[in-house]
Design a protein around this ligand. Sequence first.
Ligand SMILES: Cc1cc2nc3c(=O)[nH]c(=O)nc-3n(C[C@H](O)[C@H](O)[C@H](O)COP(=O)(O)OP(=O)(O)OC[C@H]3O[C@@H](n4cnc5c(N)ncnc54)[C@H](O)[C@@H]3O)c2cc1C
Length: 529
Amino acid sequence: MRRWNGWGEEGVVFPLSEKARVLLQEQLGPGTLPREATLEEVLSRVPPSRLPPHPLVSPDPEERLRHARGQSLPDWIFLRSGQIPAFPDGVAFPTTNEEVRALLAYAREVGARVIPYGGGTSVAGQVSVLPGEAPVLSLDLRRMNRLLRLDEKSLLATFEAGVQGPDLEAQLRAWGFTLGHFPQSFPYSTLGGWVATRSVGQESLRYGRIEDLFAGGRLEAPAGTLLLPSFPASAAGPDLKQAALGSEGRLGVLTEATVRIRPLPKAEAFAAVFFREFGEGLEAVRRMAQEEVPLSLVRLSTPEETAVNLALAGQSRGLALLEAWLALRGAGPGRALLLLGASGTRARVSQALGEALGIARAHGGVYAGQAPGRFWAHHRFRQPYLRNTLWEMGYAVDTLETAGTWNQVPRLLLAVEAVLREALGEEGERVYAFSHLSRVYPTGANLYTTYLFRLHRDPGTNLARWRKLKAAASQAIVAHGGTISHQHGVGTDHLPYLEAEKGPWGLEALRALCRALDPWGLMNPGKLV
Ligand SMILES: Cc1cc2nc3c(=O)[nH]c(=O)nc-3n(C[C@H](O)[C@H](O)[C@H](O)COP(=O)(O)OP(=O)(O)OC[C@H]3O[C@@H](n4cnc5c(N)ncnc54)[C@H](O)[C@@H]3O)c2cc1C
């Protein structure tokens, strides 16, 4: 059973190593766990539904609670404290396009707002129910999860859009294929959610971002059905697939998606390299991107994140030997860890890693074998469970991300981390921030920052702290020319900063598109634009 107020399955725990506990105490001081509301308490606060009965709509309080929020830090603060501002008035689990259309017609008739719901892993407020006069219907796509068509010759697969990551991969694997889209939320997030948020997978260097993989589909909009054909390429005017990508439920419900698939890779391998300092690593990964080394994964951590990674790995004789050996090779406390991954044919894997290691060595990198990469790959979908562990120790953890050109990346990194570290200074609280680059492009890279701070007993104070941190980091991103989101999307949390990159006419064009497909303003209001 999935947790209602945290990440993942109930009963699954990712404990923190003793070394990481000590590091955290040193950085932030002891944590305080605020009082947690029980499920029963929260259920007793779910108000009566404002929706008239419909055979496809459930007014069950627990379903409504489970669809009230996503997975952002504010979502957690509301859920854990039980102070949830609003609940959907009903939840529907359609199984066909016709049922989706019937539900949209019902919403129009009763004046309800509709929030399409995939896996609910949104981290920017995209599925949050906002307080308002109109009743809210959460439209959960989980029962639309079938593989509808497989064109093995053209390497195209059409799925119903509510299919979750593991189910999608299992259905493709049975035929010898993969999509290769592995965001860290993979165990729960859905194909429709990936498209609607322009998601990025951890191996997107080889497989591409979701916009490279999304070949077409079917969008059920309040105004009508928008069919997006899967041409290999087309010069027939602007590409309407781009409108569905990143639409965050504002235009309608994506019920089907056709994706570009690949044969399952025959081999996969990882390698770890340590640089004496971050700048050397940055130059090395820039060259790898610009020389188009056929890697699947590049993940370069700052020295602070490298220290965290080593602390998380715990204590062992092997690790102590590695650290002593790295120190001997000049990669001491300021070292930066680079993980590399490659997949495909055996020849491609050894060629990619060979080329990448050649570049890394030319920039002072020290090869540290395959074990750190294998450790990362093994734990990559378990790591989010650390959010539960940390919360229960009295610490809040959040992430934020951006992308910029190679000229901008170093400044963005310094600016974002600096404002985060200072933002709670007036309250006498410290913030622990560290970053990595996990997607490199010939023209630039993304930047992914994790930050932690101590929880207060009062949820209002926790929310105010998060708002301060989020505003400071978002303003620094905009001021240094980064995008407000490289992968998490806009939702409510990034909405105030969208105009800085789209401009007033860009926003007006987006609003006009919403009006064209949703003239009655039913779809997910208050998000994106
Ligand atoms: C621990 C964790 C790790 C994460 N790692 C990554 C990562 O590596 N890469 C990444 O890109 N993101 C990541 N995310 C963010 C999140 O998982 C993505 O945004 C994901 O694409 C959301 O998919 P979902 O199915 O959960 O969508 P939801 O959260 O249910 O919905 C997100 C938005 O999409 C809309 N939507 C969903 N389904 C449909 C549909 N069928 N039709 C129309 N609109 C729809 C919703 O209305 C909402 O606006 C992570 C989140 C968490 C909590």
